[in-house]
Design a protein around this ligand. Structure first.
Ligand code: GZL
Length: 333
């Protein structure tokens, strides 16, 4: 899995390559000059899908930022299928777009199509999620550190348990994101890092399964968890939407979410904050979807042959239940 060290060491080589790639196409014609040129930049963007409130906010951010920047946006929704993303990227190559950006639904299986983009001298920018690929095949990642989000979820769970006066062993159910997706892999890894380091003797993950980042998935899997583990103390859901689905299952089982079962989720979408203000979610680790403006900055720089940082991280906070009401009016997504 890609990490900050890998990104930084590869920065110089890749940025230079990207710079060259961004300056010339097959026939060597310039794609844009240092003055930016008059040609409108065409950006091909392949989006994962529309599986969650986070994804909707992310799509809105990319579309509005492209409009604001005056770029021609070719947008494709892959409905969470990798094959749809690969064919979208191939069609962007055929259309000879200036830059390709995408949020990879899973981490593997991209080398072939990214090599085709490189051969076509079209720079590729990753947004939101990373890939396990040859790092020379893309210019940068604009997105969050999911491993750190997993660590933050474990650390804020410590505060939630203390506030709830929970003593002794802690039985944890984990709703994982889409199998093979960077946020699912890395949030689980970060959470486990803290568990192994600081809670070897008192925390135990008694059930862990993917809910595919959807409300329906969260509800269905949580109902099954409750059948086999009626004494779950905590739910760690890799996103708010699965947590919101799980709340329905917890209530259907006659239990109180946020009280009988303490809940920590990741994202910070409005519905998550509303549930938190109602006492049903105990804490939220923010994962900022509003990547559009940062992406357009990267697209402009790369198109003009400049160099960019390999990992442009988003700023994020964490919220306890008692902060929800005050934060709600200013939440942007
Ligand atoms: C995280 C993003 C994840 C969100 C989910 O950056 O990839 O995908 O956490 C979304 O809500 O489905």
């Amino acid at each position: 899995m890609l990490n900050r060290r890998n990104f930084l060491t590869a920065a110089v080589g890749v940025a230079a390559t990207a710079g060259l790639a961004a300056c010339a196409k097959e026939d060597g014609s310039p794609t844009g000059s240092s003055s930016g040129g008059s040609k409108t930049i065409t950006l091909g963007f392949s989006q994962v899908g529309s599986e969650s409130g986070w994804r909707t906010a992310n799509t809105d951010s990319v579309k509005s930022a492209a409009k604001e920047a005056g770029y021609k946006l070719q947008f494709s929704d892959a409905q969470q299928k990798q094959e749809n993303q690969i064919s979208a990227i191939r069609s962007f190559i055929a259309q000879k777009v200036d830059v390709i950006a995408f949020s990879p639904v899973v981490v593997t299986g991209w080398d072939a199509v990214l090599k085709e983009a490189q051969t076509a001298k079209i720079p590729v920018v990753l947004t939101d999620r990373s890939v396990e690929s040859d790092e020379s095949l893309f210019v940068a990642l604009v997105g969050s550190d999911f491993t750190d989000e997993g660590r933050r979820a474990a650390k804020i769970l410590e505060k939630v348990l203390e506030k709830a006066g929970h003593k002794g062993k802690v039985k944890i159910a984990q709703l994982e994101g889409t199998t093979g997706a960077a946020p699912a892999i890395e949030r689980a890894k970060g959470f486990k890092e803290v568990m192994d380091a600081e809670h070897k003797d008192d925390w135990e993950i008694v059930a862990s399964q993917t809910g595919d980042f959807t409300r329906a998935g969260g509800k269905q899997v949580m109902a099954a968890f409750l059948q086999s583990n009626p004494d779950i103390d905590v739910l760690f859901a890799h996103n708010d939407d699965m947590g919101l689905g799980a709340i329905q299952a917890i209530e259907a089982a006659g239990k109180k979410p946020g009280k009988d079962i303490l809940i920590v989720t990741v994202d910070g979408v409005k519905d998550g904050f509303i549930a938190m203000s109602e006492g049903k979610i105990n804490a939220i680790v923010e994962c900022n979807p509003l990547l559009g403006p940062q992406l357009m900055e990267v697209v402009k720089t790369v198109h003009e042959g400049g160099t960019v940082e390999r990992w442009i991280k988003t700023k994020e906070s964490d919220f306890m239940q008692d902060q929800a009401k005050d934060a709600l009016p200013t939440r942007k997504y």
